[in-house]
Write a protein that binds this ligand. Structure first.
Ligand code: KIV
Length: 294
């Protein structure tokens, strides 16, 4: 199967470009990345935007949820992604407690994503209750994407990783949140794990793009955790994920084949080894012999 690549260097994707895509009825592609090689591949595949998600904590660092992820961990991985991807819009996910304590702290931490992490924008979870922090970040000139529905940093408050907005009251509440985020000045909103009818309705009501993850095909764009798409995260796969590869299986097969080769003495073969010039080797052995005899 051939991989789609781009021949020439296209223009950097901006928040404005995403809004224009929505206006033109073109769908937006977004995926997560946490390292240089993945960012490079996403850029070469023409993905519009890369989210350095705090899902990092679960799929790369092995935490049970996203709550332990720190600013330092996020910035470390943001820098790696920024070195690999130049064209996609780069969005850094603000980790738990980096924006909830006060608007001042939120601005300072959001600024670090741009200044020290090489990101173009940030994302925060939450609806109307988050408006003071969101407005402060936007006033500082930092583009911001909202995130409502299933907000993993509130996993304990939500009673687990559960779909949201399934009752009439909850659906109306989420629409109000979405409108408040648009009015505050967010350039886009992630809608996670909500019914497709609600995803479509919110997308129709807003002029800014909605990026769905488990929110149906009516959203203006889609995002997935790349490790889910690649079959690299073994612990669980949400129902809304389409798995495009089985890289965990590939890795296990490759590691097991390597182990067998090493144990059988079949790796390294001659083509993986460096040969010495014959005369040099003869002289070296002679020198070694005389050193041993001395
Ligand atoms: O952390 C993350 O990867 C996210 C996406 C699931 C939207 O927030």
């Amino acid at each position: 199967m051939s991989t789609p690549t781009l021949d020439r260097q296209p223009a950097k994707v901006t928040t404005l470009a995403l809004r224009r895509k929505k206006a033109a009825g073109e769908r937006i592609s977004m995926l997560t990345a946490y390292d240089y090689p993945t960012a490079l591949a996403l850029d070469q595949a023409g993905i519009d935007s890369i989210l350095v998600g705090d899902s990092l904590g679960m799929v790369v660092l092995g935490y049970a949820n996203t709550l332990p992820v720190t600013m330092e961990e996020m910035l470390h991985h943001c820098r790696a992604v920024a070195r690999g991807a130049t064209r996609p819009l780069l969005i850094g996910d603000m980790p738990f407690l980096s924006y909830q304590v006060s608007p001042e702290e939120a601005v300072r931490n959001a600024g670090r994503f741009l200044q020290q992490g090489g990101m173009d924008a940030v994302k925060v979870e939450g609806g109307r209750e988050r408006i003071p922090a969101i407005e402060a970040i936007l006033r500082a000139g930092i583009p911001l994407m909202g995130h409502i529905g299933l907000t993993p940093q509130s996993v304990h408050q939500l009673g687990g990783f559960r779909a949201q907005g399934r009752t009439a009251q909850a659906a109306v509440g989420l629409l109000r949140d979405a409108v408040a985020l648009e009015e505050a000045g967010c350039f886009a909103i992630v809608l996670e794990s909500i019914p497709q009818e609600l995803g479509e309705e919110i997308s129709r009501r807003l002029t800014i793009p909605t990026i769905g993850i488990g929110a149906g095909a009516g959203c203006d764009g889609q995002v997935l955790v790349t490790h889910d798409l690649l079959g690299l995260f073994e612990r669980f796969t949400p129902r809304f994920v389409k798995q495009y590869a089985d890289l965990h299986g590939e890795m296990r097969r490759a590691f097991a084949a390597y182990k067998l080769d090493v144990e059988a003495g079949q790796f390294p073969a001659a083509e993986h080894s460096l040969a010495m010039d014959e005369d040099e080797w003869r002289s070296a052995r002679k020198a070694m012999r005389s050193e041993a005899a001395a």
